[in-house]
Design a protein around this ligand. Structure first.
Ligand SMILES: [Mg+2]
Length: 229
């Protein structure tokens, strides 16, 4: 039987986005890597990978791309610090039920996110969503990726024999899914509305997983297996 793996996005999908201040952490991480203050911060971006956002800030301030590794490390450290200080996200409606329903069907829950593994773990645990619900050996992270498609292509080539599906909240998730030939399901729990997400190639768009769980499960159930190479 073909293994089915659901690749969940984190921000805006499993968890609601931070109410405020989500963007300033990247800026602070690059400042830490550069060793000086930088002004003004770039506008906040949704659906971009951590790697991409950090590269863009480095480029905007004419800083060496070699500082990227230091910025990633600083971003992880700042995220851990914030979580310890009590910064918490909320789980999007219906997510625990959806994860349980998928597991009941023998499907694997995993992550495909622009976050690093460290930041994913901190955000999930902080929100009260048990990180062990996800298969970390089948999860893909974006702290080194310049583009989200780097992550989806990595997933597709690492799991060539599995039936994959991405659940995410932004048109960037769709573009990256298409680039790797992975089907995409959209939830409007991030900043994009149902109508905006209907402009993507999503197989189905639901306002929240809670409202559309049966339909989402049906869509995943009916996905074709992996075509023979
Ligand atoms: Mg997202």
């Amino acid at each position: 039987m073909t293994t089915t793996t659901i690749l969940w996005d984190v921000d805006g999908t499993l968890l609601f986005n931070a109410a405020s201040g989500g963007g300033e952490l990247y800026h602070a991480a690059v400042e830490a890597a550069a060793g000086r203050a930088l002004h003004p911060p770039l506008p906040r971006a949704h659906g971009k990978t951590d790697g991409q956002i950090l590269f863009e800030i480095l480029e905007a301030f004419d800083l060496d791309a070699e500082l990227h590794d230091d910025a990633v490390a600083a971003l992880d450290a700042l995220s851990v610090e914030r979580a310890k200080a009590g910064d918490r996200r909320a789980i999007a409606p219906g997510i625990p039920q959806a994860i349980a329903a998928a597991a009941d069907r023998g499907w694997i829950n995993a992550l495909l996110t622009g976050n690093s593994a460290t930041r994913s773990r901190v955000k999930l645990a902080g929100a009260g969503l048990e990180p062990d619900l996800f298969d970390w050996s089948r999860s893909f992270f974006g702290d080194r990726s310049r583009e989200r498609r780097d992550i989806t292509l990595a997933a597709r080539s690492a799991l060539p024999d599995e039936r994959l599906v991405i659940i995410g909240d932004t048109p960037r998730d769709d573009i990256a899914a298409v680039a790797a030939g992975i089907p995409f399901i959209a939830v409007a729990t991030g900043v994009y509305t149902v109508d905006a997400l209907r402009q993507t190639g999503a197989l189905i768009v639901v306002p929240t997983i809670a409202e559309g769980l049966d339909a989402v499960l049906d869509v995943i159930e009916s996905l074709p297996g992996v075509a023979a190479a």
